[in-house]
Ligand binder design. Sequence first.
Ligand code: UD1
Ligand code: M6R
Length: 371
Amino acid sequence: NKGKYEHYMQKEIHEQPESLTTTMRGRLIRGGSHKAKTVLLGGLKDHLKTIRRSRRIVFIGCGTSYNAALAARPILEELSGVPVTMEVASDLLDRQGPIYREDTAVFVSQSGETADTLLALEYALENGALCVGITNTVGSAIARHTHCGVHINAGAEIGVASTKAYTSQIVVMAMLALAIGGDTISNEAKREATIDGLIDLPNKVREVLQLDQEMKDLAKLLIAEQSLLVFGRGYNYATALEGALKVKEVALMHSEGILAGEMKHGPLALVDENLPIVVIATRDACFSKQQSVIQQLHARKGRLIVMCSKGDAAAVCPGESCRAIEVPQVEDCLQPVVNIIPLQLLAYHLTVLRGFNVDQPRNLAKSVTTQ
Ligand code: UD1
Ligand code: M6R
């Protein structure tokens, strides 16, 4: 039931304040001072010791689920103290890459039925790793075959393009980082800021959804483009990949997410006055590096659309022709949840304006159950 919405993708984008609330429900436990200070993931509590002792955490997934894990990787590295690596499920299988008994392998999948991810799970089970699932679908194959896990509880996702599952996956993995990290002194400030940030996140998501009309206007400007580049780094490298994935899969427009640190190693050659480029430059430890990327793109007459923190438009825009998308600032590790939303809206409006099928893009299936 789409309710007041025209498409499931639109509905699922707009219901993210509620889906994120459901994802966190019962999992942030209030401490003595009436502030939530602890994370409780029921499905993991008996396995946290083993996870903390593991030699490595390996995230495994496909498409949007892989991108969500990539977005959460830095906070996991920071809080868990365990090295974190990433595997696209099909690539792990192609290489028969190393998975060891001492590894924790985390399988991220909205449907819980993706063939590549499921085969990678069988492979990791054979190799003796502790296998953890992060799934949206109770009773799915991945939920059943993992040793333990966390349901993201985002509610059914119907649109082929994953939107609300992406943001709920990131939130669950941030909670996973908090759970693994425990309450060590060295983590205390980051933990508290992250938990407070999680509690306030649905409000910030509600705020960023108000950019809907602005993204529709931007989509009108981009409707006839051949291509759109998205530059990100740090916490928002994943946002660049995921934003580009949305644009290509539903709007059927070529789009590429680019690690901004790689700009001079090739992509800069593409830059001219015609190709639109989104640069994600919200406030975090990478901000000044992104400012210099913007300057360099501007020096090559790049057609810039900069996503920045509220109040920063004038500071980040190098010239008249640059457009800014101002988003609310949140704790750095949660910023990917906020930043993806304008790009989801952009992809949605581009698709409708270009006259393509939003919920069932050509050639794609919601759940890819064949290899
Ligand atoms: C569980 C209940 C929830 C109830 C809550 C009360 C279910 C599905 N969830 O939620 O209805 O309100 O207790 O405390 O009954 N699992 C995997 N792999 C996965 C995902 C989950 O093995 O990919 C396992 C978990 O380890 C756990 C079980 O499935 O044993 C349920 O996981 P989850 O729903 O996340 O647990 P709770 O949040 O505790
Ligand atoms: O159900 P899963 O999360 O395992 O699906 C993985 C991908 O097939 C999926 O995220 C795909 O990339 C989406 N259509 C992207 O919107």
